[in-house]
Design a protein around this ligand. Structure first.
Ligand SMILES: Nc1ncnc2c1ncn2[C@@H]1O[C@H](COP(=O)(O)OP(=O)(O)OP(=O)(O)O)[C@@H](O)[C@H]1O
Length: 236
């Protein structure tokens, strides 16, 4: 049974369609990389999967025990978010907000999970530090720990390595690979960094305001589009 299904999904802003008829299914433990040029609809689809934007047509369904509120999300970071004046622990704990329901405070279980995720990502010693004083790579680990507080099943990552140096970039992709391969977390990632981002992907979805390709990585590399995109003939 699929964990996520997009059936004939389209999106519009102010009546203008920006993404047309997307169709794909993912199973638990798969790793999808969403590719496409600027403005091709990648972030819009991410918002749809997170239920932050309603499709203008079609349906997005979660299954196999996953609810839409249980998806961990690592958003694209803006400068304002980079300067967020909160402690690392506060940022990570905020990943538990959806699980709090009507409860207006974090409980012991929330704190236990936040500490586990900090430890898992090797950043426990940073827990009392101010988020805005961390390096870009440390900040992304904190945001990943926050996203993991929201889910055991599915992670959505929107440009997770933007602004990171090459070493931190490889480190972050390796962490995501481990979460996918060891913990069987389904991964959906948007990245500009085609070669590295797709290295561990099982599936590719390429958008160009409609669906240009969906299939396995192997199938993608057998298409002219795949070869052109992966070898740099077409950027982003
Ligand atoms: N809030 C909005 N209001 C109106 N149009 C929007 C809005 N957000 C996005 N769009 C338009 O929808 C289209 C798809 O945008 P989207 O951000 O999903 O693309 P993207 O593939 O994520 O781009 P990028 O790689 O630049 O982040 C673009 O033409 C964009 O201008």
């Amino acid at each position: 049974m699929s964990v996520l299904t997009c059936k004939d999904v389209s999106f519009s802003y102010e009546g203008k369609e920006v993404l047309t008829r997307v169709n794909f299914e993912l199973n638990q433990g798969e790793y999808l990389c969403i590719l496409g040029e600027n403005g091709s609809g990648k972030s819009t689809l991410m918002k749809g999967i997170l239920n932050l934007k309603k499709p203008s047509a079609g349906q997005i369904q979660t299954g196999d025990g996953l609810s839409q509120t249980e998806i961990g999300y690592l958003p694209q970071q803006t400068q304002i978010q980079r300067d967020f004046p909160a402690s690392v622990m506060e940022v990570v704990l905020s990943g538990r907000l959806n699980q709090c329901g009507k409860r207006p405070f974090y409980n012991r279980e929330d704190r236990k999970i936040a500490l586990q995720k900090l430890k898992q990502l090797g950043i426990l010693p940073l827990k009392g530090k101010c988020y805005r004083e961390l390096s870009g790579g440390q900040q992304q680990r904190v945001l990943l720990a926050r996203a993991l507080c929201a889910t055991k099943k599915m992670l959505l990552l929107d440009e997770p390595v933007a602004g990171l140096d090459p070493i931190m970039t490889v480190e972050l992709y390796n962490i995501v690979k481990e979460l996918n391969q060891k913990d069987n977390i389904t991964v959906i990632m948007v990245s500009h960094d085609v070669q590295l981002a797709t290295a561990h992907a099982t599936h590719i979805l390429q958008l160009g305001n409609s669906q240009l390709f969906f299939g396995t990585m192997g199938e993608y590399m057998n298409t002219e589009l795949g070869v052109r995109f992966m070898t740099g003939g077409e950027r982003k």
